[in-house]
Design a binder for this molecule. Sequence first.
Ligand code: PGA
Length: 273
Amino acid sequence: MLSYPLAFSVHFSQIYFFDMPSMIVANWKMNLSHQESLMLARAIAQHSGSIPDNRQVVICPSFLSLIEVGRIIEKTSIALGAQNVFWEDVGAYTGEISPLHLKEAGCRYVIVGHSERRRYLREDNSQIHKKTKAALQAGLIPIICVGEDWEERAQGQKDYILIQQVTEILQGIHLRKEQGVIIAYEPVWAISTGRGIYADPEEVQYAVEVIRQVLLDLYDQDISRNTFRVLYGGSVSGENVSSFSRLKNVDGVLVGSASQKAEDFFRLIQNTL
Ligand code: PGA
């Protein structure tokens, strides 16, 4: 049983790395066929010249499309990410994908611990810990998803859940300054609702402060401030993105539905502050 800090103060005045580009991570999930993925990648690549310099766009297609999408975006500022990874580099693990193979396919980022995988595949914090470690060892930047579900929120457990997830996933992982780790705060109840339900920006700001405080408990100040970036995800759209990206402790967004049509995605990129 791990022990968690029971109480901590929240300092909204802390200084974060404002000068770094705002991140927009597109999670295409299992929604697009290979051909549809290529078409979307081409449309995004064609308009990539209009992406402002202070935005880092990452697209995460399905495994099948990684290599070809990677080729399409090769000469643009857009980076490639995968939606999942296994924790071993090589071996008899039927159906799994090695972090080394993702690297070879041109990925710079990989999403780990998405709530859909926790829900449908029973992924837990200890597996996500191993995936995070393996991704870092392979030189990938993990995008670790954390967040409470509706019941946990209703029971006033949100802070505890966030502290537990971040602690169990990161505890014992040593980081070097030059490595990058991204945490996406994705309240499960706000993901792909299709009903325009998203978290209140003030609540997001608070949740991100909780996450940042755990990082300060786990790592020294330099690492916790400069190695980590924290994103918000959950029904982000072109209409609401600025209310999240303007939050001073939020470094960008993780986007599902609104990243799967070129026009929606470009409106979102343009409206990101
Ligand atoms: P959504 O998905 O934008 O469709 O809510 C976000 C995610 O699952 O990462």
